[in-house]
Design a protein around this ligand. Structure first.
Ligand code: COA
Length: 262
């Protein structure tokens, strides 16, 4: 595994653990994090042995969002370079959202600004109940621009209109209520247990089927019910003919475990 300046990346069997590793600044992300995190998720796509990715943060907080000293430096760049740097940041979130492996977020402490954005860009996020979230950007005179599509996909425009405009902070229970996270856990021990349970569920599923399910969600999301019919019927027709599907259905009917579980 390549070494990283700002991340701690460890593969344990089929699980790739990606930990933000700038605890002194509460894992605020600068240009190096943007570069390394984007690359790790693009590499995870190609890593045939990695079946699940877990994104977490070392130290007291998951992430305090964009590194504000770095943001100030970017603002001083000529317009074109400033814009390119912002686009690289946007593409980091996209690399996480589009990774073909299922991505679990383990969120604790604080997930503010871009930390809330990272929470929104994973497939399933779990947090502690006392974790602090917030689209705090307006309190800093900026806006949650590059993260807005990811956050709005999870919480909707109505909630964004309160949270983007006030910049108010909210806890894990509220994050669960509004659909930003899937479950708020009593403490970090319960959080780890929930992450482990979910890894178990994902590893019991067909690897190709999981990737296909992720792509399916993205593809049908923008279609009407009528428009979806040719897409979804072709989808299952082709999927059920794959070796993995034959193995999965054959294992059920043969009362045995499928080969990806052995
Ligand atoms: N960018 C750069 N540095 C940051 C940072 C950020 N987003 N968030 C925290 N830090 C730095 C602090 O400046 C401090 O540095 P110092 O030790 O040199 O003084 C260090 O991280 C620890 O932060 P501190 O505030 O002392 O820790 P805390 O545990 O009391 O509070 C937070 C943690 C996350 C609640 C608080 O730092 C905070 O509110 N950060 C800003 C979060 C935010 O609004 N982010 C949106 C960015 S778009």
């Amino acid at each position: 595994m390549a070494s990283h300046e700002t991340l701690d990346v460890v593969r344990e069997g089929p699980v790739l653990h990606v930990r933000l590793n700038r605890p002194d600044v509460r894992n605020a992300f600068n240009g190096k994090v943007v570069e390394e995190l984007g690359l790790v998720f693009r590499e995870a796509d190609l890593d045939a042995d990695a079946r699940v990715v877990v994104l977490s943060g070392n130290g007291k907080s998951f992430s305090a969002g964009a590194d504000l000293a770095w943001m100030q430096e970017q603002a001083e760049l000529p317009t074109e370079q400033n814009e390119r740097s912002a686009e690289r940041m946007a593409r980091m979130f996209l690399a996480i959202a589009r990774c073909r492996k299922p991505v679990i977020g383990r969120i604790h402490g604080h997930a503010l600004g871009g930390g809330t954005g990272l929470t929104a860009s994973v497939d399933m996020a779990f947090c502690t109940q006392d974790c602090q979230f917030g689209l705090t950007e307006v309190k800093l005179g900026i806006v949650p621009a590059v993260i807005s599509p990811f956050v709005m996909q999870k919480i909707g425009a109505g909630r964004a209109r309160t949270l983007f405009l006030t910049g108010e902070r909210f806890d894990g229970n509220e994050a669960q209520r509004i659909g930003l996270v899937h479950k708020a856990c009593a403490d970090e021990k319960a959080l780890d247990a929930e992450v482990q349970r979910t890894i178990g569920e994902l590893l019991a599923a067909g690897p190709m089927a999981v990737a296909s399910a992720k792509e399916l969600i993205r593809s049908v999301g923008a279609l009407s019910l009528e428009e979806a019919i040719p897409v979804t019927s072709k989808w299952i027709a082709s999927l059920r003919a794959t070796p993995e599907a034959r193995e999965g259905m054959g294992a059920f009917l043969g009362k045995r475990k499928p080969n990806w579980m052995s």
